[in-house]
Design a protein around this ligand. Structure first.
Ligand code: RFL
Length: 403
């Protein structure tokens, strides 16, 4: 399926060819198009698929400000809701942090990623933007050329190619941009050795807080999505298929780990979506290779433990839009030269906090003495500090909502 702007551009050329119609690619496309930069988006899947792919939900205040600045926040202003509390549950009881009153005094906006993607796509098409669905980028064979090409498989399955001045790789961790990086490009990868079963339940949220439960069976998480849908996470054995557990078993584990008997029942409802997430971090460095620039998950993969991925994608897309506009509309390449270093500063800060969260939320595997005992003791100490130290709470709040 192809949708084109009113003034036809030469076939298969654009100053900026954007790979991928996720939050990164669509925000970039909106901003470039609005700035008068000729661009086109190539998306491997269908419009229906990108508009229904449920993933993130917690938007950072910086993300909301970016969308508001560019007049793209009407949907989230209408249907999103503010969120500023989290609750930790352990063997020692529970405690809450009203992070909206701590740190910089900021909070999240809960708005499902598929709704944000739908809003961005609608704005882009309404403004006459070009997007080609079911068009898979295969490679960018010559990223260091001043006229790079993108080889593609078009909607009819035929090989084709696009010509650009810049290619923005916003096509996620398995996309063509990453596959086209020159040999020897540094990729900093860490597998945290932990797996979550991510669930969407057709049930209203059970707490007015993000719930983090630390239990001998493993971690469980509770996050509101909409008044009728709740996201849950259960730590899960690596390699287990998503459909291995029955709904009864899932509900039993959620009740057990969230300690529903002590702290109040959970609303149960049908599980409408399941996904297995191996907690991994992966950063490409640098993010610019000649005419190929990476943003979003293509630039850095971050575990969902601190809800940073979509927020980084938005931040990088805005930086990249400014840099490409300066270059193409004003002949000033300074911001493009700085893009990688600037984005990586935010990426590493988010990776650091995400790793801190992973260590807080999960026990180290192993026998009850030695290393795992050491880790467990540190974990308890960290939680006690978070419960009692205002300074620690301020640090947590600032990093929790920040990107
Ligand atoms: P996306 O959203 O993956 O979009 C990439 C798009 O590229 C397309 N594509 C291609 N198109 C053309 N040619 C190719 N060869 C292509 N290969 C792929 C894909 O079809 C897709 O449409 O990447 P983007 O834009 O970088 O956005 C990143 C975010 O999606 C991701 O970081 C977040 O979802 C991570 N994440 C969360 N982030 C948050 O900030 N807050 C959260 O609460 C949060 N929760 C989550 C999450 C990720 C999760 N999973 C599934 C890993 C919860 C989960 C369960």
């Amino acid at each position: 399926m192809t949708q084109r702007q009113n003034t036809p551009a030469p076939r298969n050329t654009a100053d900026v060819v954007i790979l991928g119609a996720g939050p990164a690619g669509l925000l970039l496309a909106n901003l470039l198009h609005r700035n008068g930069v000729d661009c086109a988006v190539l998306e491997r899947t269908t419009r229906a698929h990108v508009q229904t792919r449920a993933r993130a939900g917690f938007l950072a205040p910086a993300t909301v400000r970016t969308l508001e600045r560019h007049g793209l926040a009407d949907g989230l202003r209408r249907r999103g809701h503010r969120h500023g509390t989290c609750e930790f549950r352990t063997d020692d009881g529970r405690f809450r942090l009203d992070y909206a009153t701590l740190g910089q005094g900021e909070q999240h906006t809960v708005y499902p990623q598929q709704d944000l993607v739908t809003d961005l796509l609608t704005h882009y098409l309404d403004a006459g933007g070009r997007i080609h669905f079911e068009t898979e980028a295969l490679a960018v064979p010559d990223p260091h050329s001043t006229r790079p090409t993108v080889t593609v498989r078009d909607a009819d399955g035929r090989p084709d190619h696009w010509q650009a001045r810049y290619v923005a790789g916003c096509d996620g961790r398995h996309g063509a941009a990453r596959r086209s990086l020159p040999p020897g490009t540094a990729r900093h990868h860490r597998d945290h050795g932990i797996t979550w079963l991510g669930l969407l339940a057709q049930a209203p949220p059970s707490l007015d807080a993000v719930g983090y439960a630390l239990h001998p069976h493993g971690f469980a998480g509770h996050m509101a999505r909409t008044p009728h849908v709740t996201r849950y996470y259960l730590q899960y054995e690596r390699g287990t298929p998503a459909d291995a557990w029955t709904e009864d078993r899932i509900q039993h584990e959620l009740d057990t780990r969230m300690r529903a008997a002590d702290h109040g029942p959970l609303h149960h409802g049908p599980i409408v979506h399941r996904t297995v997430v191996d907690l991994e971090s992966d950063v490409v460095q640098p993010l610019r290779h000649g005419s190929l620039l990476l943003a979003g998950d293509a630039a850095s993969l971050i575990s969902p433990s601190a809800a940073k991925g979509a927020n980084l994608a938005v931040l990088e897309a805005e930086l990249l839009a400014d840099a490409l506009t300066d270059t193409l509309a004003h002949g000033d390449r300074g911001a493009l030269d700085r893009y990688s270093a600037q984005a990586l500063t935010h990426i590493w800060r988010a990776q650091d906090f995400s790793l801190w969260m992973i260590r807080l939320l999960h026990a180290e595997p192993g026998p009850p003495h030695g290393e795992s005992f050491f880790h467990e003791s540190l974990r308890r100490s960290r939680l006690a500090s978070l419960r009692t130290s205002r300074t620690h709470q301020d640090w947590f709040a600032e990093n929790y909502v920040g990107v």
